[in-house]
Design a protein around this ligand. Structure first.
Ligand SMILES: Nc1ncnc2c1ncn2[C@@H]1O[C@H](COP(=O)(O)OP(=O)(O)O)[C@@H](O)[C@H]1O
Ligand SMILES: [Mg+2]
Length: 441
């Protein structure tokens, strides 16, 4: 009966907490959260509220409660070095050290690593710390993507055609990014369909999990501003209908090679989640980025399907023995939708932009699973914050059945909220299939 520490307070961590508590090892959950998540709190024997940069408080909470190991949900504590702080206290973690988390926190680190070790998947790219040579490189590319070199909450990347059109605009934006973050990656724009491949990694062995497609845009039809993610779906065969089996293998192979490269480069094994954001193109699978943690929403698609004991998986990641464990998922479809405040993600000036901290009521979600994200639980009920509020997940034998469960679930959340209607619909998936057909010729 191990004492396990979970760090994080989102819907992703609510799904992680649930996976931990499903374990046959009968664990006791201790949760360290930036804000109180009522779903996580209900599963925990003890919770502590504090900031993710207060490493002393985190280590103290872990020590006081005789924690056997910690599981880190979000990127912020990883970037602050929480694993580096827990290790000397004798508390191992599922999650990379600060140095290894550069895989997510520094896009230039990852692009350079992939290039240095001749791993496939990189675009043409260059890293700049001044404007020198930027214009020339912009002129050499057909399509342009600009990335600030740090954590931006999924809202910092600028894509030609979506966020700007001309090379002159690109140059102006490069100037702005350099002023803001000091380091800029300019890269070739790919055309294709994106997928999330979340892998479990013990430093040597890489284990894939079901593929998921995420939806970043705020509105139906992939319109409107980018968000932290509005929802995601997965198929019973653990692939996506617009991909070939070789696409998954390519994504896995890139991740295996990156794992080996990280060990060579830093001398220490990467233990945790390596979430590859990939894009299938006419020239095969390309790497957009890595995250050093599960996706939010994508964790909600895969963790409820996990048949293997999650605590067992964590122990094997820490021991470096993942090769000895068979990790299995139920062959079911999932559709996850985020219920968000109406004003979520909208620019100031938009008629719905005013963020309301309004009260919401959650009725009967039927067969759907419910994962809390940013909600404020007060004595008289639940209140919205300015971020995504509740993740609703439908699980069934077919995507259509899963989508219907989710559709019923989101309607049970009453208040000034919004969600996307189109996630997991036939029309949307057909569009993706057609797009890939056209690209592949
Ligand atoms: N090289 C690229 N070609 C085409 N689109 C890209 C490229 N890089 C990023 N994007 C788009 O921008 C989004 C965000 O970029 P990503 O690298 O995933 O950063 P982050 O998630 O940190 O914002 C991607 O999901 C993808 O839609
Ligand atoms: Mg991304």
């Amino acid at each position: 009966m191990p004492n396990i520490l979970l760090i994080g307070n989102g819907a992703r961590e609510h799904a992680m907490a649930e996976a931990i508590m499903r374990s046959g090892k009968k664990p006791f959950l201790f949760s360290y959260m930036k804000a109180n998540n009522p779903g996580i709190a209900a599963l925990s024997v003890k919770t502590k509220i504090g900031g993710y940069s207060d490493l002393e408080a985190i280590v103290l909470f872990a020590r006081e409660n005789k924690i056997e190991f910690a599981v880190i949900g979000p990127e912020d504590p990883l970037n602050n070095g929480v694993v580096d702080a827990l290790t000397p206290a004798g508390i191992p973690a599922v999650g990379p050290t600060k140095s290894l988390a550069r895989l997510e926190t520094s896009k230039s680190f990852t692009r350079n690593l992939v290039a240095k070790y001749n791993i496939p998947g990189n675009p043409q790219f260059k890293v700049f710390t001044s404007l020198e040579g930027v214009e020339e490189f912009l002129n050499s590319l057909d399509g342009i993507v600009l990335k600030p070199d740090g954590l931006t909450g999924g809202k910092g990347v600028l894509v030609q055609g979506d966020h700007f059109t001309s090379r002159q605009e690109a140059l102006d934006l490069c100037r702005q990014i350099l002023t803001g973050s000091g380091s800029l990656i300019v890269e070739e724009k790919f055309d294709g369909e994106e997928f999330s491949l979340q892998c479990l990694c013990d430093g040597k062995t890489v284990a894939g999990t079901p593929l998921v497609q995420d939806h970043k845009r705020r509105f139906d039809g992939d319109r409107g501003p980018n968000t932290g993610g509005m929802g995601s779906y997965s198929f019973p065969d653990h692939s996506l209908p617009f991909l070939k089996p070789s696409d998954i293998e390519e994504g896995l192979e890139i991740t295996r090679q990156v794992t080996a490269a990280l060990l060579k480069e830093t001398g220490s094994p990467y233990k945790g989640v390596m979430y590859g954001g990939f894009i299938a193109t006419k020239n095969g699978v390309k790497l957009l980025e890595y995250n050093a943690r599960f996706g939010d929403p994508e964790a909600m698609n895969i963790l409820p399907l996990l048949k293997t004991d999650f605590v067992e998986i964590c122990k094997h990641i820490i021991a470096g023995t993942l090769d000895r464990l068979k990790i299995e998922f139920e062959k079911k479809a999932t559709v996850c939708k985020y219920v968000v405040p109406k004003g979520y993600g909208l620019p100031a000036g938009h008629p719905d932009a005013a963020s309301s901290k309004a009260k919401i009521e959650v009725g009967d979600v039927g067969k759907a699973r419910l994962y809390y994200s940013s909600v404020d639980k007060k004595e008289d009920g639940l209140y919205l914050s300015s971020s995504r509020a509740i993740g609703i997940v439908g699980i069934a034998d077919t995507l259509d059945a899963a989508r219907r469960i989710t559709a019923k679930g989101v309607k049970a959340v009453k208040g000034p909220v919004a969600y996307r209607e189109d996630i997991g619909t036939d029309a949307l998936i057909q569009k993706r299939i057609e797009h890939m057909k056209k690209i592949r010729g």
